[in-house]
Ligand binder design. Sequence first.
Ligand SMILES: Nc1nc2c(ncn2[C@@H]2O[C@H](COP(=O)(O)OP(=O)(O)OP(=O)(O)O)[C@@H](O)[C@H]2O)c(=O)[nH]1
Ligand SMILES: [Mg+2]
Length: 233
Amino acid sequence: MSADHVHPVNFDPTDPGHDPHDHGEHDHSHRAVRIGIGGPVGSGKTALTAALCRALGQSVDLAVVTNDIYTTEDADFLRATGVLDVDRIEAVQTGACPHTAIRDDITANLDAVELLEHRFHGLELVIIESGGDNLTAVFSRGLVDRQIFVVDVAGGDKVPRKGGPGVTTADLLVINKTDLAPMVGADLGIMTADAHRMRGELPVISQSLVDTPDAPAVADWVRAQLRTLAAVS
Ligand SMILES: Nc1nc2c(ncn2[C@@H]2O[C@H](COP(=O)(O)OP(=O)(O)OP(=O)(O)O)[C@@H](O)[C@H]2O)c(=O)[nH]1
Ligand SMILES: [Mg+2]
């Protein structure tokens, strides 16, 4: 290496020129907002992702990264729904516990996000869906700017009070499948009260994607995050 070699990436976090998102592989003159969607298996993460694509796809330049353990099931499902051009959907196969790829070694997800940013200049939003996991699974803040945790009513009204970092710390908690409450004997009042008690000031949205297929309340929350994050970038 020559003496005047300068590494293009500044890794010193105390230096004003440091960009924590610059991993040296791509042009980071533009960076999309990254929102993670996590939660237990089957709670409705992919259905919410599809709903957000329908609600926001016309007005926001967006793309999606899915995570599955052994397959590309969720990406295939989203591509089949036609909610987004197929080349705006990238699949990560985690091959291990899903939380590893969103929290511990985020390399594969970062690569997928950066590939999409590289493919679509001007990309404003990337939604990253985690593989279904347990109540302890949260995203690394190095991967996402905001995270949504999705639980569902079918698991019973006890879920919010069981806590865990997803329920207590996610930027938004979604209680999904409210249409199923009568079928499983879940008390929605208890679920929302417990959720607010566990989360303090952090927001909670209860919804049914059967009753409101475009998830309007969550879409409004995402729009607000885009405005806030654009204002500070
Ligand atoms: N009744 C009802 N069903 C829903 C709702 N939201 C999603 N579902 C259904 O619940 C099932 C699971 O939804 P998905 O979106 O695949 O759940 P997921 O969290 O992505 O699942 P994994 O990625 O496998 O963890 C699907 O059959 C959805 O159609 C809802 O609000 N009400
Ligand atoms: Mg899914």
